[in-house]
Design a binder for this molecule. Structure first.
Ligand SMILES: Cc1cc2nc3c(=O)[nH]c(=O)nc-3n(C[C@H](O)[C@H](O)[C@H](O)COP(=O)(O)OP(=O)(O)OC[C@H]3O[C@@H](n4cnc5c(N)ncnc54)[C@H](O)[C@@H]3O)c2cc1C
Length: 432
């Protein structure tokens, strides 16, 4: 069995940016291979809603901040597709999500020979030689249930988020009438003309889904939010500096308590914070209901779902008013959970190695701490928000992060001396 220099798990924007950074790093080419669960590249395919736009400038594509001369820039993509002039005429920094997905697909297509699509990595095991962990064995399963195994000297995990499902819905996981926003378009299409729909959440996805359902005749939506008001995402220029690469140093070098405080302070840049124009559109929908007297949708602000159960009539939600504690029950044909993501999939994948991973502590270069007898190196992309800040789950720092990982990866593969980082660099990947 060949031994790869690197296996990347997941081939979303993070690991595509890494593939590009590795290709552009010069002569010292590594044998890098990627494994992606989806049958072909797609960027959040079930949230590719009409009218949805990027929440980040196209200049923060996969490469421009690192190498504006790269052939993988969004501008070069436009040029190759023959749309550069027309895009300029749009006078925007924010392409549609459809177009950005197409850009990402175009970049991914350059690496088709280095990516196995349609395989889900299920386990990572140590490959021992004597007392040493020499390599890692990566096990994946394809759509037909066949197991695949590959060996590697290093690993970069970039698997994105997993749906965050509130505990009161865990027993309804197999009920197709309850689905997470990450599967919205797919699972909505599977419903049989749903009329009454609950949308739970107050973030960008909840706002987009509410408006999408509003534009589908025959639907009546209850929008259930714990918050009193939708608060807009803060993308003002000074605040936006928290997404600059140098801010990652600032966050990482803060003592743990302060890092948590920094995340709290700027949470409104990314969490429970839709774009202002969506909030205005939603407000207008409810205002027009007052004008016409047709209360088609309901805004259940400051409400929380306490219980959920299924019957033939629908999904019954017991909803509590957080102001006065009063509860009531309503039945829905479908329930959409726009309740965000968890970022701990790496822990279950690495579970067989957990006792050697220093509680998943990472250094500044996103590398997990391992003991001296452990030779492979493991990097994390997109699950280091507690240590590296709010940009970690976003596109903003992909170009610089993958440059840092590439440098650290090449250095550690060349060196026998390890680790590159010292104990002083160690950060627990969770708040204590
Ligand atoms: C609807 C939506 C819109 C967004 N818009 C923006 C935006 O405008 N700007 C911004 O900065 N951020 C945005 N984000 C944040 C988003 O996290 C990033 O844009 C980006 O997708 C992160 O890339 P990633 O590669 O780290 O994760 P992902 O894009 O989630 O990619 C991870 C990949 O890993 C694969 N995978 C997962 N588990 C396995 C496994 N076990 N084996 C193999 N493959 C696996 C997945 O199939 C997926 O393709 C958005 C998020 C959502 C949900």
């Amino acid at each position: 069995m060949p031994i790869h220099d690197l296996i990347g798990i997941g081939f979303g924007p993070s690991n595509i940016a890494l593939a590009i950074a590795l290709e552009e790093q010069g002569d010292d080419k590594l044998d890098a291979f990627f494994i992606e669960r989806q049958p072909s590249f797609a960027w959040h395919p079930h949230m590719l809603l009409d009218h949805a736009h990027m929440q980040i400038s196209f200049l923060k594509d996969l490469v421009t901040p690192r190498n504006p001369g790269s052939r993988f820039t969004f501008l070069n993509y436009l040029h190759e597709k023959g749309r550069l002039q027309d895009f300029i005429n749009l006078q925007t920094f924010f392409p549609s999500r459809h177009e950005f997905n197409d850009y990402l697909s175009w970049t991914a297509s350059h690496f088709d020979d280095r990516c196995a699509y349609g395989e889900e990595v299920v386990e990572i095991l140590p490959e021992m030689r004597g007392d040493e962990v020499d390599f890692l064995r990566v096990r994946s399963r394809d759509g037909d249930g066949r197991l695949h195994e590959r060996l590697t000297r290093s690993l970069v995990i970039g698997v994105g988020g997993a749906p965050n499902v509130p505990t009161c819905f865990t027993d309804l996981r197999d009920d197709t009438r309850v689905f997470h926003s990450s599967h919205y378009l797919r699972d909505l299409a599977r419903q049989d003309s749903p009329r009454r729909i609950a949308v739970i959440g107050a973030g960008q996805s909840a706002a987009e889904i509410f408006l999408d359902l509003h534009n589908r005749p025959g639907t009546e939506v209850d929008l259930i939010t714990r918050t009193w008001a939708f608060k807009p995402s803060d993308d003002s220029p000074f605040v936006n500096e928290i997404f600059n690469p140098e801010y990652t140093d600032y966050v990482f070098n803060n003592p743990t308590g302060q890092r948590q405080a920094l995340l709290e302070e700027y949470k409104s840049t990314n969490y429970s914070a839709p774009d202002l124009d969506l909030i205005q559109q939603i407000y207008d929908v409810f205002y027009q209901q007052k004008v016409t007297g047709n209360a088609r949708h309901l805004f259940r602000r400051r409400h929380e779902v306490d219980q959920a159960r299924a019957s033939d009539e629908g999904i019954h939600l017991v909803v509590r008013n957080l102001e006065d504690g009063h509860t009531d029950e309503a039945a829905y044909d479908a329930v959409v959970l726009a309740t965000g993501y968890q970022r701990d999939t790496h822990k279950s994948l690495l579970d067989p190695l957990a006792d050697q991973l220093s509680d998943f502590a990472v250094d500044r270069h996103y590398r997990l701490f391992t003991p001296p007898h452990f030779k492979p190196v493991i990097f994390l992309q997109g699950c280091c928000e507690p240590t590296h800040g709010l940009s970690d789950t976003l596109l903003s720092i992909l170009a610089s992060r993958t440059e840092e990982i590439t440098t650290a990866l090449c250095a550690s593969l060349r060196e026998t001396a390890r680790p590159v980082a010292t104990e002083d660099d160690k950060r627990p990947l969770a708040f204590t």
